[in-house]
Design a protein around this ligand. Sequence first.
Ligand code: FAD
Ligand code: GLY
Length: 375
Amino acid sequence: MLKTNHTEVAVIGGGIIGSAIAYYLAKDKRKVALFEERKIGSRSTSAAAGMLGAHSEYKEFQHVYSFARSSQLLYKELYHELKEQTGMDFEMKKGGLLQLAFTSEEREERNSLMQLPAVEWLTREEAKRKVPHLTDQIIGASFLKEDVHVTPAIASNSFSKGALLLGAEIYEFTKVFSVVNEYSHYKVNITQGSFTADQVVIASGVWSNYFFQQTGLMNAIIPVKGECIAVLNDQLPLVHSIFHDQHYIVPRNNNELIVGATKRWDDWNEEPTLEGIEMVIKKAKEMLPSIQGMRWLRSWAGLRPQTFDGFPFIGEHPEQKGLYFAAGHQRNGILLAPGTGKMIANLISGNPVNSEWVEAFKIDRLPSAVSIGRG
Ligand code: FAD
Ligand code: GLY
Protein backbone atom coordinates (compact mmCIF):
# COMPACT_ATOMS: atom_id res chain seq x y z
CA MET A 1 0.00 0.00 0.00
CA LEU A 2 1.01 3.62 -0.47
CA LYS A 3 2.38 5.41 2.58
CA THR A 4 0.28 8.52 1.85
CA ASN A 5 -2.59 9.50 -0.44
CA HIS A 6 -0.86 12.69 -1.65
CA THR A 7 2.58 13.51 -3.00
CA GLU A 8 4.11 16.65 -4.43
CA VAL A 9 5.60 14.96 -7.53
CA ALA A 10 4.76 11.53 -8.99
CA VAL A 11 7.31 10.09 -11.43
CA ILE A 12 6.02 7.34 -13.73
CA GLY A 13 8.69 4.91 -14.90
CA GLY A 14 11.73 3.65 -13.02
CA GLY A 15 14.26 3.40 -15.87
CA ILE A 16 17.40 5.51 -15.66
CA ILE A 17 15.45 8.65 -16.68
CA GLY A 18 12.74 8.37 -14.00
CA SER A 19 15.32 7.32 -11.39
CA ALA A 20 17.57 10.32 -12.12
CA ILE A 21 14.55 12.66 -11.99
CA ALA A 22 13.50 11.23 -8.60
CA TYR A 23 17.06 11.71 -7.31
CA TYR A 24 17.37 15.35 -8.38
CA LEU A 25 13.87 16.16 -7.09
CA ALA A 26 14.65 14.54 -3.72
CA LYS A 27 17.90 16.54 -3.60
CA ASP A 28 15.76 19.66 -4.11
CA LYS A 29 13.74 18.54 -1.04
CA ARG A 30 10.61 17.73 -3.06
CA LYS A 31 8.26 15.07 -1.73
CA VAL A 32 8.50 12.56 -4.56
CA ALA A 33 7.09 9.10 -5.33
CA LEU A 34 8.46 6.93 -8.16
CA PHE A 35 6.32 4.19 -9.75
CA GLU A 36 7.80 1.32 -11.76
CA GLU A 37 5.69 -1.51 -13.13
CA ARG A 38 8.58 -4.04 -12.93
CA LYS A 39 12.03 -3.64 -11.25
CA ILE A 40 14.04 -0.39 -11.30
CA GLY A 41 16.23 -0.18 -14.42
CA SER A 42 15.06 -3.51 -15.83
CA ARG A 43 13.87 -2.51 -19.36
CA SER A 44 15.71 -0.45 -22.01
CA THR A 45 18.10 0.76 -19.31
CA SER A 46 19.49 -2.68 -18.48
CA ALA A 47 19.91 -3.46 -22.20
CA ALA A 48 22.27 -0.52 -22.71
CA ALA A 49 26.03 -0.75 -23.17
CA GLY A 50 26.44 2.32 -20.95
CA MET A 51 28.63 4.50 -23.20
CA LEU A 52 28.52 8.21 -22.36
CA GLY A 53 28.92 9.12 -26.03
CA ALA A 54 28.56 12.91 -26.07
CA HIS A 55 31.22 13.17 -28.82
CA SER A 56 30.59 9.92 -30.70
CA GLU A 57 26.82 10.55 -30.95
CA TYR A 58 26.09 14.27 -30.75
CA LYS A 59 28.96 16.47 -31.84
CA GLU A 60 27.19 17.75 -34.97
CA PHE A 61 23.99 18.90 -33.14
CA GLN A 62 24.82 22.19 -31.44
CA HIS A 63 22.30 22.59 -28.58
CA VAL A 64 21.93 18.89 -28.06
CA TYR A 65 25.70 18.49 -27.85
CA SER A 66 25.95 21.18 -25.14
CA PHE A 67 23.24 19.36 -23.16
CA ALA A 68 24.87 15.95 -23.72
CA ARG A 69 28.29 17.23 -22.74
CA SER A 70 26.97 18.85 -19.55
CA SER A 71 25.21 15.58 -18.65
CA GLN A 72 28.43 13.64 -19.33
CA LEU A 73 30.29 16.00 -16.97
CA LEU A 74 27.63 15.58 -14.25
CA TYR A 75 28.53 11.89 -14.08
CA LYS A 76 31.99 12.80 -12.75
CA GLU A 77 30.53 14.35 -9.58
CA LEU A 78 27.66 11.84 -9.33
CA TYR A 79 30.03 8.90 -9.33
CA HIS A 80 31.56 9.92 -5.98
CA GLU A 81 28.37 11.48 -4.58
CA LEU A 82 26.21 8.37 -5.16
CA LYS A 83 28.94 5.95 -4.12
CA GLU A 84 29.30 7.77 -0.82
CA GLN A 85 25.56 8.01 -0.22
CA THR A 86 24.43 4.57 -1.39
CA GLY A 87 27.54 2.37 -1.26
CA MET A 88 26.86 1.45 -4.91
CA ASP A 89 29.57 1.66 -7.57
CA PHE A 90 28.25 2.11 -11.11
CA GLU A 91 31.67 1.30 -12.53
CA MET A 92 32.71 4.47 -14.35
CA LYS A 93 36.10 3.74 -15.93
CA LYS A 94 38.49 6.12 -17.67
CA GLY A 95 39.22 4.19 -20.89
CA GLY A 96 37.33 6.40 -23.35
CA LEU A 97 36.36 5.31 -26.84
CA LEU A 98 38.21 4.62 -30.09
CA GLN A 99 36.01 5.54 -33.05
CA LEU A 100 37.56 3.66 -35.94
CA ALA A 101 38.01 5.10 -39.44
CA PHE A 102 38.30 2.68 -42.36
CA THR A 103 38.41 5.33 -45.13
CA SER A 104 39.72 8.87 -45.66
CA GLU A 105 36.06 10.03 -46.03
CA GLU A 106 35.36 8.81 -42.50
CA ARG A 107 38.44 10.69 -41.30
CA GLU A 108 37.27 13.92 -43.01
CA GLU A 109 33.74 13.67 -41.56
CA ARG A 110 35.37 14.07 -38.14
CA ASN A 111 37.24 17.32 -38.89
CA SER A 112 35.15 19.47 -36.51
CA LEU A 113 35.17 16.76 -33.82
CA MET A 114 38.97 16.68 -33.98
CA GLN A 115 39.17 20.38 -32.96
CA LEU A 116 38.02 19.57 -29.41
CA PRO A 117 40.57 19.17 -26.61
CA ALA A 118 38.94 15.89 -25.45
CA VAL A 119 39.54 14.35 -28.90
CA GLU A 120 42.77 13.14 -30.52
CA TRP A 121 43.47 11.58 -33.94
CA LEU A 122 45.47 8.35 -33.78
CA THR A 123 47.20 6.79 -36.78
CA ARG A 124 46.66 3.07 -37.30
CA GLU A 125 49.95 2.34 -35.50
CA GLU A 126 49.02 4.57 -32.55
CA ALA A 127 45.53 3.04 -32.31
CA LYS A 128 47.05 -0.45 -32.40
CA ARG A 129 49.43 0.48 -29.62
CA LYS A 130 46.33 1.06 -27.46
CA VAL A 131 44.47 -2.03 -28.71
CA PRO A 132 46.99 -4.39 -30.38
CA HIS A 133 44.33 -6.78 -31.71
CA LEU A 134 42.44 -4.12 -33.72
CA THR A 135 41.92 -4.93 -37.39
CA ASP A 136 44.68 -3.86 -39.84
CA GLN A 137 41.98 -2.52 -42.20
CA ILE A 138 41.63 0.85 -40.38
CA ILE A 139 43.48 4.00 -41.43
CA GLY A 140 43.27 5.36 -37.87
CA ALA A 141 40.85 6.23 -35.07
CA SER A 142 39.51 9.23 -33.19
CA PHE A 143 40.28 8.81 -29.52
CA LEU A 144 37.31 10.27 -27.57
CA LYS A 145 38.92 10.42 -24.15
CA GLU A 146 35.84 11.50 -22.20
CA ASP A 147 33.32 9.16 -23.81
CA VAL A 148 33.75 6.70 -20.96
CA HIS A 149 31.14 4.14 -19.89
CA VAL A 150 29.12 3.09 -16.84
CA THR A 151 27.06 0.01 -15.92
CA PRO A 152 23.50 1.24 -16.62
CA ALA A 153 21.40 -0.97 -14.30
CA ILE A 154 23.67 -0.10 -11.36
CA ALA A 155 23.56 3.61 -12.27
CA SER A 156 19.76 3.52 -12.36
CA ASN A 157 19.56 1.73 -9.00
CA SER A 158 22.12 4.15 -7.51
CA PHE A 159 19.83 7.05 -8.48
CA SER A 160 16.72 5.40 -7.01
CA LYS A 161 18.50 4.34 -3.82
CA GLY A 162 19.97 7.84 -3.51
CA ALA A 163 16.44 9.26 -3.89
CA LEU A 164 15.09 6.80 -1.30
CA LEU A 165 17.77 7.80 1.21
CA LEU A 166 16.80 11.45 0.66
CA GLY A 167 13.16 10.66 1.52
CA ALA A 168 11.58 9.62 -1.80
CA GLU A 169 9.09 6.76 -1.94
CA ILE A 170 9.93 4.06 -4.50
CA TYR A 171 7.22 1.62 -5.61
CA GLU A 172 8.31 -1.33 -7.78
CA PHE A 173 5.81 -3.70 -9.42
CA THR A 174 3.33 -0.83 -9.40
CA LYS A 175 1.77 0.07 -12.72
CA VAL A 176 0.23 3.48 -13.35
CA PHE A 177 -2.99 3.11 -15.33
CA SER A 178 -4.06 6.71 -15.76
CA VAL A 179 -3.36 10.33 -14.91
CA VAL A 180 -6.43 12.53 -14.61
CA ASN A 181 -6.24 16.33 -14.48
CA GLU A 182 -8.50 17.47 -11.62
CA TYR A 183 -7.40 21.14 -12.00
CA SER A 184 -5.88 21.80 -8.56
CA HIS A 185 -3.99 18.46 -8.74
CA TYR A 186 -3.65 15.20 -10.71
CA LYS A 187 -5.34 11.95 -9.74
CA VAL A 188 -3.05 9.00 -10.45
CA ASN A 189 -4.57 5.52 -10.68
CA ILE A 190 -2.18 2.67 -9.88
CA THR A 191 -2.25 -1.08 -9.24
CA GLN A 192 -3.02 -0.57 -5.52
CA GLY A 193 -5.65 2.19 -5.84
CA SER A 194 -5.16 5.91 -6.38
CA PHE A 195 -3.55 9.02 -4.94
CA THR A 196 -3.13 12.68 -5.82
CA ALA A 197 -0.07 14.66 -6.91
CA ASP A 198 0.61 18.34 -7.51
CA GLN A 199 2.89 17.48 -10.42
CA VAL A 200 3.38 14.38 -12.56
CA VAL A 201 6.40 13.42 -14.68
CA ILE A 202 5.93 10.81 -17.43
CA ALA A 203 9.26 8.98 -17.84
CA SER A 204 8.05 5.65 -19.18
CA GLY A 205 10.39 5.18 -22.14
CA VAL A 206 8.66 3.73 -25.22
CA TRP A 207 5.55 3.13 -23.12
CA SER A 208 5.03 6.91 -22.71
CA ASN A 209 2.81 6.75 -25.82
CA TYR A 210 -0.01 5.58 -23.64
CA PHE A 211 0.13 8.81 -21.61
CA PHE A 212 0.44 11.07 -24.68
CA GLN A 213 -2.86 9.67 -25.86
CA GLN A 214 -4.49 10.12 -22.43
CA THR A 215 -3.42 13.76 -22.23
CA GLY A 216 -4.55 14.76 -25.71
CA LEU A 217 -1.15 14.81 -27.47
CA MET A 218 -0.56 13.44 -30.96
CA ASN A 219 3.13 12.66 -30.26
CA ALA A 220 4.47 9.15 -30.66
CA ILE A 221 7.52 7.24 -29.56
CA ILE A 222 8.67 4.39 -31.78
CA PRO A 223 10.75 1.50 -30.42
CA VAL A 224 14.11 0.94 -32.09
CA LYS A 225 15.04 -2.49 -30.87
CA GLY A 226 18.73 -3.12 -30.15
CA GLU A 227 20.24 -6.60 -29.79
CA CYS A 228 23.51 -7.33 -27.94
CA ILE A 229 25.68 -10.19 -26.79
CA ALA A 230 28.24 -10.54 -24.00
CA VAL A 231 31.44 -12.60 -24.33
CA LEU A 232 34.07 -13.53 -21.78
CA ASN A 233 37.34 -11.71 -22.36
CA ASP A 234 40.11 -13.50 -20.50
CA GLN A 235 42.65 -12.75 -23.27
CA LEU A 236 42.97 -9.00 -23.96
CA PRO A 237 43.72 -6.20 -21.49
CA LEU A 238 41.06 -4.00 -23.13
CA VAL A 239 40.15 -0.71 -21.40
CA HIS A 240 38.85 1.34 -24.36
CA SER A 241 35.46 0.97 -26.02
CA ILE A 242 35.72 0.37 -29.78
CA PHE A 243 33.11 1.97 -32.02
CA HIS A 244 32.32 2.05 -35.73
CA ASP A 245 29.12 2.72 -37.68
CA GLN A 246 27.00 2.65 -34.50
CA HIS A 247 28.33 -0.82 -33.61
CA TYR A 248 30.62 -1.29 -30.62
CA ILE A 249 32.57 -3.44 -28.19
CA VAL A 250 32.54 -2.15 -24.61
CA PRO A 251 34.71 -3.70 -21.86
CA ARG A 252 32.94 -4.22 -18.52
CA ASN A 253 34.82 -4.56 -15.25
CA ASN A 254 34.22 -8.24 -14.79
CA ASN A 255 36.06 -9.38 -17.94
CA GLU A 256 32.98 -9.15 -20.11
CA LEU A 257 32.81 -7.48 -23.49
CA ILE A 258 29.42 -6.02 -24.40
CA VAL A 259 28.97 -6.31 -28.15
CA GLY A 260 26.17 -4.40 -29.90
CA ALA A 261 23.91 -3.45 -31.36
CA THR A 262 21.27 -3.74 -34.08
CA LYS A 263 18.57 -1.18 -34.91
CA ARG A 264 15.16 -2.63 -35.70
CA TRP A 265 12.48 -0.02 -36.23
CA ASP A 266 9.04 -0.42 -34.72
CA ASP A 267 9.70 -3.86 -33.25
CA TRP A 268 8.03 -4.15 -29.81
CA ASN A 269 9.41 -7.61 -29.00
CA GLU A 270 12.07 -7.55 -26.24
CA GLU A 271 13.84 -10.80 -27.25
CA PRO A 272 16.90 -10.98 -29.56
CA THR A 273 16.76 -12.73 -32.95
CA LEU A 274 19.35 -15.04 -34.54
CA GLU A 275 19.67 -12.63 -37.47
CA GLY A 276 20.41 -9.75 -35.07
CA ILE A 277 23.03 -11.72 -33.17
CA GLU A 278 24.68 -12.76 -36.43
CA MET A 279 24.88 -9.09 -37.43
CA VAL A 280 26.51 -7.89 -34.17
CA ILE A 281 29.08 -10.71 -34.32
CA LYS A 282 29.92 -9.87 -37.95
CA LYS A 283 30.44 -6.17 -37.13
CA ALA A 284 32.50 -7.00 -34.02
CA LYS A 285 34.83 -9.27 -36.02
CA GLU A 286 35.40 -6.46 -38.53
CA MET A 287 36.70 -4.28 -35.67
CA LEU A 288 38.46 -6.89 -33.51
CA PRO A 289 38.99 -10.15 -35.44
CA SER A 290 40.26 -12.09 -32.40
CA ILE A 291 36.88 -11.72 -30.68
CA GLN A 292 35.77 -14.84 -32.56
CA GLY A 293 37.80 -17.02 -30.16
CA MET A 294 36.08 -15.67 -27.05
CA ARG A 295 33.52 -17.57 -25.01
CA TRP A 296 29.80 -16.85 -25.36
CA LEU A 297 28.00 -15.59 -22.22
CA ARG A 298 24.50 -14.35 -23.13
CA SER A 299 22.33 -12.24 -25.42
CA TRP A 300 19.49 -9.76 -24.88
CA ALA A 301 17.51 -6.96 -26.50
CA GLY A 302 15.97 -3.65 -25.46
CA LEU A 303 13.71 -0.99 -26.95
CA ARG A 304 15.25 2.44 -27.58
CA PRO A 305 12.59 5.14 -27.34
CA GLN A 306 12.73 7.16 -30.60
CA THR A 307 10.91 10.47 -31.20
CA PHE A 308 10.19 11.93 -34.67
CA ASP A 309 13.58 13.73 -34.76
CA GLY A 310 15.67 11.46 -32.55
CA PHE A 311 15.90 13.94 -29.65
CA PRO A 312 14.05 13.58 -26.35
CA PHE A 313 10.90 15.31 -25.14
CA ILE A 314 11.84 17.09 -21.90
CA GLY A 315 9.46 19.72 -20.55
CA GLU A 316 5.92 20.64 -19.59
CA HIS A 317 2.73 19.66 -21.42
CA PRO A 318 1.79 22.62 -23.69
CA GLU A 319 -1.67 22.98 -22.08
CA GLN A 320 -1.70 21.11 -18.76
CA LYS A 321 0.34 22.88 -16.09
CA GLY A 322 2.23 20.60 -13.77
CA LEU A 323 2.36 17.68 -16.21
CA TYR A 324 5.88 16.99 -17.51
CA PHE A 325 7.42 14.59 -20.02
CA ALA A 326 10.94 13.13 -20.04
CA ALA A 327 11.02 10.42 -22.67
CA GLY A 328 12.43 9.53 -26.09
CA HIS A 329 16.17 9.45 -25.35
CA GLN A 330 16.78 6.90 -28.13
CA ARG A 331 20.45 5.73 -28.24
CA ASN A 332 21.58 7.97 -25.38
CA GLY A 333 19.36 7.76 -22.32
CA ILE A 334 22.22 6.66 -20.09
CA LEU A 335 24.35 9.62 -21.17
CA LEU A 336 21.45 12.09 -20.90
CA ALA A 337 19.95 10.88 -17.58
CA PRO A 338 21.72 13.29 -15.18
CA GLY A 339 21.05 16.28 -17.47
CA THR A 340 17.39 15.28 -17.82
CA GLY A 341 16.96 14.69 -14.07
CA LYS A 342 18.47 18.05 -13.25
CA MET A 343 16.50 19.89 -15.95
CA ILE A 344 13.13 18.49 -14.83
CA ALA A 345 13.92 19.21 -11.16
CA ASN A 346 14.88 22.80 -12.07
CA LEU A 347 11.72 23.29 -14.15
CA ILE A 348 9.54 22.01 -11.30
CA SER A 349 11.36 24.04 -8.66
CA GLY A 350 11.29 27.20 -10.80
CA ASN A 351 15.10 27.39 -11.05
CA PRO A 352 16.75 28.80 -14.20
CA VAL A 353 17.13 26.39 -17.15
CA ASN A 354 19.08 27.00 -20.38
CA SER A 355 16.41 28.40 -22.75
CA GLU A 356 18.00 26.76 -25.81
CA TRP A 357 17.52 23.36 -24.20
CA VAL A 358 13.90 24.18 -23.30
CA GLU A 359 13.25 25.05 -26.98
CA ALA A 360 15.21 22.09 -28.37
CA PHE A 361 13.35 19.52 -26.25
CA LYS A 362 9.82 20.94 -25.91
CA ILE A 363 7.20 18.41 -26.88
CA ASP A 364 5.42 20.72 -29.35
CA ARG A 365 8.57 21.67 -31.33
CA LEU A 366 8.46 21.64 -35.11
CA PRO A 367 10.49 19.19 -37.22
CA SER A 368 13.92 20.60 -38.07
CA ALA A 369 15.68 19.70 -41.29
CA VAL A 370 18.98 18.87 -39.59
CA SER A 371 17.66 16.19 -37.28
CA ILE A 372 14.88 14.33 -39.07
CA GLY A 373 15.37 10.60 -39.36
CA ARG A 374 18.27 10.47 -36.98
CA GLY A 375 18.71 7.08 -35.41
P1 FAD B 1 13.33 2.51 -19.76
O1 FAD B 1 14.63 2.07 -19.22
O2 FAD B 1 12.64 1.61 -20.74
O3 FAD B 1 12.40 2.82 -18.53
C1 FAD B 1 11.02 3.09 -18.65
C2 FAD B 1 10.36 2.38 -17.48
O4 FAD B 1 8.98 2.72 -17.40
C3 FAD B 1 10.41 0.86 -17.63
O5 FAD B 1 11.15 0.31 -16.55
C4 FAD B 1 8.96 0.43 -17.63
O6 FAD B 1 8.74 -0.80 -16.98
C5 FAD B 1 8.30 1.60 -16.90
N1 FAD B 1 6.88 1.78 -17.23
C6 FAD B 1 6.31 1.82 -18.45
N2 FAD B 1 4.98 2.04 -18.35
C7 FAD B 1 4.72 2.14 -17.02
C8 FAD B 1 3.52 2.36 -16.28
N3 FAD B 1 2.34 2.52 -16.88
N4 FAD B 1 3.59 2.39 -14.91
C9 FAD B 1 4.79 2.21 -14.27
N5 FAD B 1 5.94 2.01 -14.94
C10 FAD B 1 5.91 1.98 -16.30
N6 FAD B 1 22.18 4.80 -24.05
C11 FAD B 1 23.37 5.37 -23.74
O7 FAD B 1 23.41 6.52 -23.29
N7 FAD B 1 24.54 4.70 -23.93
C12 FAD B 1 24.57 3.44 -24.44
O8 FAD B 1 25.63 2.85 -24.59
C13 FAD B 1 23.35 2.83 -24.81
N8 FAD B 1 23.34 1.59 -25.36
C14 FAD B 1 22.15 1.01 -25.68
C15 FAD B 1 22.17 -0.28 -26.21
C16 FAD B 1 20.98 -0.92 -26.50
C17 FAD B 1 20.99 -2.31 -27.07
C18 FAD B 1 19.73 -0.27 -26.24
C19 FAD B 1 18.42 -0.96 -26.51
C20 FAD B 1 19.71 1.02 -25.72
C21 FAD B 1 20.92 1.67 -25.45
N9 FAD B 1 20.97 2.98 -24.93
C22 FAD B 1 22.14 3.55 -24.59
C23 FAD B 1 19.72 3.76 -24.82
C24 FAD B 1 19.18 3.73 -23.40
O9 FAD B 1 19.13 2.39 -22.95
C25 FAD B 1 17.77 4.34 -23.35
O10 FAD B 1 17.77 5.60 -23.99
C26 FAD B 1 17.36 4.55 -21.90
O11 FAD B 1 17.45 3.35 -21.19
C27 FAD B 1 15.94 5.07 -21.81
O12 FAD B 1 15.63 5.15 -20.44
P2 FAD B 1 14.14 5.31 -19.94
O13 FAD B 1 14.19 5.40 -18.48
O14 FAD B 1 13.47 6.39 -20.73
O15 FAD B 1 13.43 3.96 -20.45
N1 GLY C 1 24.15 3.98 -27.77
C1 GLY C 1 24.32 2.66 -28.22
C2 GLY C 1 23.10 1.99 -28.71
O1 GLY C 1 22.03 2.55 -28.59
O2 GLY C 1 23.18 0.91 -29.22
